[in-house]
Design a protein around this ligand. Structure first.
Ligand code: PEP
Ligand code: MG
Length: 751
């Protein structure tokens, strides 16, 4: 072993080495082995098929280079790659996962420290040191090796390393990726990639000067965020309190002294400001991704967004590069400010590898009407900037539908989609004329179309679509966007704004439907095996009545004497409904002025209620069918499972029979009935539901005009008799979709 120097000296020597240009891997290995307590330093690169290949070594046998290979997860090196964590062992050969490779001549080495080389949270390779004396490496030595690993990103990429999980690149071939539709839409455009920056300068001679650069960049970043919020956001989006809240929360993260202090410490250790930001964000990202709580995991995107902005500010210009109009942004993760920034540059759609419907960026994208597909893993690695991309996030299938991203599509595929887009534009122009016409079938049955909304910023859609009111206001969405339950005063002002915007049109407020996949920060992750069937929604409200009562009070105060409709989600028994209703009535006794009229209704999402209809229809002032949950409980099929997304259909004989019977009984009892599940937003399902007797449908804004157009072309009497015939024929089909769709095509119904 050579005379050892301190980790700081190692970094200083590396800096000198790097100053001469891209250093050969073998030279870096030699330097590390000579400056750390190590006889061996080896560098492994990730190769296609998730294999780590020894590409340089100082200390192992030279002939092993290019030959020694380990799968991710195999051996200590493979474990460091799989866990994205350093493996620091005083007695590596006795570790249960140790994989001995005789060609390396490593039998005499005992201690081992292996650290992953990461790029944007994926493994690009592994850097390992070994020693024949048994010892664990000190913290500063581990940190020094991690810093060297950062430095290896470029040379490893140059040496042909790929990121873990990546397959062989086929840059000219068309590729298809699928993922959940987070915001529906269809668009074609060139790809722009939101790739992580790799710092070019890792070390700095003058830590004080770097600290100053950091502080100036933090200030510039904050000014940039303020500017973005103040001047760059569309007025209708900006005026939404949730948008403001998201950005306020984000601003707080930007100013959080915790992570900035850690960046400062890394600078004191000799890193450049850019490298220090990278280092701290890498650590935090790893930490946050291990947290089971989905909300916190989502915040990784906010943090990376911030780091990206800080790095741009450190780069000095921060000017957005030009982006072709209508480009499709491909990102691994995306934070809210980043999304706004790209929107400002004119993107037309987004694909995010790691995102959920509840992420801040998704919520904003929905408000900005930017189509988004999530989960298309591997796309970012495959795509090159400028590649043509088709983003097909059309929700033509059942709820939880998967969208498709086609990278470098074949010419005839593009032509097909271009035709679809053109037809859509024409359809939309035709729909616009329908805005002010009442919804009705061709043979004169009038239908009430209402909106599903969750954020006050969506209220502008009432006027834009000509909807008759709000058939479902999901109160939990605003809370999820805000990240906490608002107090009574705040809730009151949100609900009052909703009622003001509705200007006398009905609004059905649904009480908090939290739990399942809708978790607030701070709430422990569910320990239940089936959270969708667990302690969620009204069950929480009834067990924690103070929470529910506060919300009911806020709704009553917001009404300020106006008519008020409140409905409860996930009601499984009439008894639960009665208890909830009694809480509302008791609260109403205390509030002045009392609402002019108070309507208390229920969602019908749990099949058990169907066998209590006489009592339910006596107690409830209205019923709204939540087909998303009803379908999942009726068919015992998780609504979030992509494997089951197409398996069970709302147009199945069982579901259509159930809806028909329910409609007849509700009509006989004089109780208003509506459907507010996603199925009502699809024209074919909508006309079938109306034919089944349900004449009030509630849906997202984008569906109102297409559903109105389909209805206007539907001879309801004819469709009804077709459905009767199909249902009465005693057939064994899983779904009646095909014959109903064929009928619609034949009769020119745009469904
Ligand atoms: C439903 O279950 O159909 C519904 C409208 O509620 P959510 O989608 O919010 O669970
Ligand atoms: Mg539901």
């Amino acid at each position: 072993m050579a005379a050892m120097s301190t980790p700081r000296q190692l970094l200083a020597h590396l800096r000198n080495l790097m100053a001469r240009g891209l250093a050969p891997l073998a030279e870096i290995a030699r330097l590390v082995a000579s400056e750390l307590p190590a006889e061996v330093c080896s560098i492994y690169a990730m190769k296609p098929g998730d294999v780590l290949e020894l590409v340089a070594t100082c200390g192992l046998r030279e002939e092993a280079v290019g030959r020694t290979r380990l799968r991710v997860g195999e051996g200590i090196v493979g474990l460091a790659a799989a866990t994205l964590h350093p493996m620091n062992l005083a007695d590596a050969p006795n570790h249960p996962e140790f994989a001995f490779r005789p060609e390396t001549g490593e039998e005499k080495y005992v201690s081992m420290l292996a650290v992953p080389v990461r790029r944007a949270g994926r493994t690009l390779g592994v850097l390992a040191v070994q020693d024949s004396k048994s010892h664990r490496y000190e913290t500063d030595e581990v940190e020094a090796l991690e810093t060297v690993a950062m430095l290896l990103v470029e040379p490893l990429t140059a040496a042909g390393a790929t990121e873990g999980g990546e397959e062989e690149r086929g840059a000219t071939l068309s590729r298809r990726f699928s993922g959940p539709v987070l915001v529906p839409g269809l668009t074609i455009g060139p790809a722009v990639l939101a790739t992580a920056h790799v710092p070019r300068r890792l070390f700095a001679d003058d830590p004080a000067a770097e600290q100053e650069r950091l502080m100036a960049a933090v200030e510039a970043m904050r000014r940039g965020i303020d500017e973005l919020i103040t001047n760059r956001m569309p007025a209708d989006v900006k005026s939404g309190p949730e948008t403001r809240e998201i950005l306020e929360a984000y601003r707080l993260v930007a100013a959080d002294p915790g992570w900035l202090r850690r960046v400062g410490e890394a600078i004191t250790g000799g890193l450049s400001a850019e490298a220090a930001v990278h280092r701290v964000v890498d650590e935090l990202r790893d930490h946050m991704r291990r947290i089971a709580e989905p909300y916190l995991r989502e915040r990784v995107a906010d943090l990376e967004d911030m780091a990206g902005r800080l790095l741009a500010a450190l780069g000095g210009n921060g000017q957005p590069e030009a982006v072709p109009e209508g480009a499709i942004l491909i990102a691994r993760r995306l934070g809210p400010a980043e999304l706004l920034h790209w929107h400002d540059r004119g993107i037309g759609g987004v694909v995010v590898e790691e995102a959920s419907a509840a992420s801040h960026a998704t919520i904003l994208a929905r408000a900005l009407a930017l189509p988004v597909i999530g989960g298309a893993r591997g796309l970012l690695d495959e795509a090159e900037a400028g590649d043509e991309v088709i983003l097909d996030a059309e929700e033509t299938q059942r709820s939880g539908s998967l969208g498709q991203v086609i990278l470098r599509p074949e010419a005839d595929v593009t032509a097909g989609y271009q035709r679809a887009l053109e037809a859509r534009r024409q359809r939309q122009a035709g729909w616009a004329a329908l805005r002010n016409r009442p919804a009705a079938s061709r043979d004169g049955t009038s239908v009430t179309l209402m909106l599903n909304v969750g954020l006050p910023l969506e209220l502008a859609q009432l006027a834009a679509t000509g909807a008759s009111g709000i058939g479902l206001f999901r109160t939990e969405i605003a809370m999820l966007a805000r990240g906490a339950i608002a107090d009574v005063g705040e809730q009151t002002s949100v609900y009052a704004r909703v009622l003001d915007a509705a200007a006398g049109r009905p609004v059905l407020f649904r009480t908090l439907d939290l739990g399942g996949d809708k978790l607030l920060p701070g709430s422990p992750p569910s320990a239940e095996e089936n959270p969708a069937m667990g302690w969620r929604s009204l069950r929480i409200g009834l067990d924690r009545p103070a929470l529910l009562r506060r919300q009911l009070r806020a709704l009553l105060l917001a009404a300020a004497g106006r008519e008020l409709s409140v409905m409860f989600p996930m009601v499984a028994t009439v008894a639960e409904f009665c208890t909830a209703r009694a809480l509302l009535v008791a609260e109403a006794e205390r509030v002045r002025p009392r609402p002019e009229r108070l309507h208390v209704g229920t969602m019908l999402e749990v099949p058990a209620l169907l066998w209590q209809l006489p009592a339910l229809l006596q107690m409830a002032d209205f019923v709204s069918v939540g087909t998303n949950d009803l379908l999942q409980f009726l068919f015992a099929a998780d609504r979030g499972s992509p494997l089951l997304a197409d398996r069970y259909d709302v147009l199945a004989p069982a579901m259509l029979g159930l809806l028909g019977e329910l409609a007849a009984k509700a009509r006989a009892a004089g109780v208003p009935l509506s459907v507010c599940g996603e199925a009502a937003s699809r024209p074919l399902e909508a006309i079938a539901m109306v034919a089944a007797g349900i004449t009030t449908l509630s849906m997202p804004a984008s569906s109102i005009l297409p559903v109105k157009a389909a209805l206007a072309a539907t001879d309801l009497a004819a469709l009804r008799s077709l459905m009767k015939e199909l249902q009465g024929s005693g057939g064994t089909e899983a779904s009646l979709r095909e014959p109903i769709a064929a009928w619609a095509r034949e009769h020119g119904v745009p469904a």
